[in-house]
Design a protein around this ligand. Structure first.
Ligand SMILES: [Fe+2]
Length: 191
């Protein structure tokens, strides 16, 4: 079973960026619950799980992706703070980091091992993609409506819909890690 300590160790650097103790603890709780619900039993399994089934992830695992998106979104926020004397909107860094760590947590119930060394969409995943299952997990844990927006609307489900600014940043960081792989796999990435 994947414990709180396992999750705290995996995301230690990012969790330290969350100032609110209760929020930090809830982020860890959601991860532990999602791992249990999805049947993931060890950190080793998480580190082998591809972050997407939509394209060949070339070994980029789910944990590495979650860290890359979270850190990428933090970088986008910091660049705006530092580059503008008066940013016309607020960016909530606690919400941004929590949202980054949780944006794909629904994949823990959307993806499952296929029994032959590969991965497939679970029955739950066929019924609801990870933005929906993730939003349910996050809402059940009592996280804010704004963090539900980050999780529910970070992918195509959120296109054209109202988003908190943290959702916009997570969306951009997410696609900055996904699009190059799609392009690489279809021969459209110039190298
Ligand atoms: Fe993602």
């Amino acid at each position: 079973m994947i414990s709180k300590a396992d999750i705290e160790h995996l995301f230690s650097r990012q969790l330290r960026l969350i100032g609110d103790d209760t929020l930090r603890a809830k982020v860890v709780d959601v991860w532990v619950d999602a791992c249990a619900q999805g049947g993931w039993k060890s950190v080793d399994e998480l580190r082998k799980m591809p972050f997407t089934l939509l394209t060949d992830a070339h070994g980029v695992d789910f944990v590495a992706h979650t860290i890359a998106v979270t850190e990428g979104a933090v970088g986008l926020a910091k660049a705006q703070f530092e580059g503008s004397k008066k940013l016309p909107y607020a960016i909530d860094m606690d919400r941004l980091v929590a949202g980054g760590l949780l944006h794909d947590v629904g994949k823990l119930v959307e993806i499952e091992p296929d029994g032959s060394g590969g991965y497939r969409k679970s029955r739950s995943g066929m019924c609801a993609r990870h933005p929906i299952s993730g939003a349910i997990l996050v809402a059940k844990a009592g996280l804010s409506d704004e963090i539900v927006n980050v999780v529910a609307c970070h992918a195509k489900e959120g296109d054209g819909r109202p988003q908190v600014v943290e959702t916009v940043l997570i969306h951009q960081a997410d696609f900055a890690t996904f699009d190059p792989l799609v392009m690489l796999n279809s021969g459209r990435l110039i190298q």
